[in-house]
Design a protein around this ligand. Sequence first.
Ligand SMILES: NC(=O)C1=CN([C@@H]2O[C@H](COP(=O)(O)OP(=O)(O)OC[C@H]3O[C@@H](n4cnc5c(N)ncnc54)[C@H](O)[C@@H]3O)[C@@H](O)[C@H]2O)C=CC1
Ligand SMILES: O=C([O-])CC(=O)C(=O)O
Length: 335
Amino acid sequence: MFNRVARRAFSSTAASNYKVAVLGAAGGIGQPLSLLMKLNNKVTDLALYDLRGAPGVAADVSHVPTNSTVKGYGPEEEGLKQALSGADVVIIPAGVPRKPGMSRDDLFNTNASIVRDLASAAGDYCPKAALCIISNPVNSTVPIVAETLAKKGAYDPKKLFGVTTLDILRASRFISEVANTNPTQEKVSVVGGHSGVTIVPLISQTTHKGLPKDKLDALINRIQFGGDEVVKAKNGAGSATLSMAQAGARFAGSVLNGLAGEADVVENSYVENPVFAKEGVKFFSTPITLGPEGVKEYHAIGETSDLEDQLIATAKETLKKNIEKGVNFVEQTSK
Ligand SMILES: NC(=O)C1=CN([C@@H]2O[C@H](COP(=O)(O)OP(=O)(O)OC[C@H]3O[C@@H](n4cnc5c(N)ncnc54)[C@H](O)[C@@H]3O)[C@@H](O)[C@H]2O)C=CC1
Ligand SMILES: O=C([O-])CC(=O)C(=O)O
């Protein structure tokens, strides 16, 4: 088996060589996300872990002719340890999705312990890895990971990311539908968290700040509750998986670009942000620049309208509670 140095030395086509682990890889998000990571030429070692089904997904994805090896692991034979050892980036979409009528917070009771245990394993087996958290409720699962790692002395706030990129994708798409423009050219910063009122799209920073109030309100509401559209349409069969895989692959790709030292890699992400932490909201999504050590720079939110100021204030109140719930969970359940 090649060690990291040898892997890098033997590769000729990739710009850089990284091991990426996907935890929850056989799920609705995990499968297409694993495929998209296989297509990323910075990935040379792809480790797919799930309670069940990961070896099959790995065998399937491994036939795609790109530079990466792909291995699937289950919980037997220290599969989690093998999947995580040496990982540079860990992407976590493990856990249950919503059904109609549920909020993301309703997933807390099931997903909190799943995420805590996977975070604990990451702290043990790849303490230097960048962790990208997809499992809901993101507003609380990210603090759970932070607290779990902190208890092990393995928490690096610059390497823990809540993935909110799907809100960014939706904002681009939905604004293009309202303004009749090309969605690939629409860039909208979405700040705050990842659920309902904590999702705050900053439309005033786009070229569409003059939208009539009824259209603006409807657009903001659609971005905040875009996840519900998919949950309703899937009618009990889960929530967004394909668009989420695209969002997760874009975000993890940017993390890899940052690790590789590329310039000006900017994404929005729900991270421990020193500015908001001072206000008592420890985690908050803003634009960040990604670099070789994870977060390289925290960007200010920028200019906002009065309406956006109100939305941000509302988001902060809910986020404080969501964060506290995650922190308390780790306090109460850690051995
Ligand atoms: N951050 C975001 O924007 C989004 C987050 N999500 C969230 O992502 C999560 C996953 O959604 P889906 O893939 O649709 O669900 P799914 O049920 O299709 O897949 C979840 C997978 O996780 C696995 N799993 C459960 N416990 C595990 C453990 N302890 N270790 C490893 N794997 C484990 C399951 O076996 C399953 O294969 C949900 O919590 C969902 O709410 C979904 C869409 C967007
Ligand atoms: O709505 C859900 O439960 C899944 C999710 O986070 C999203 O699609 O934004």
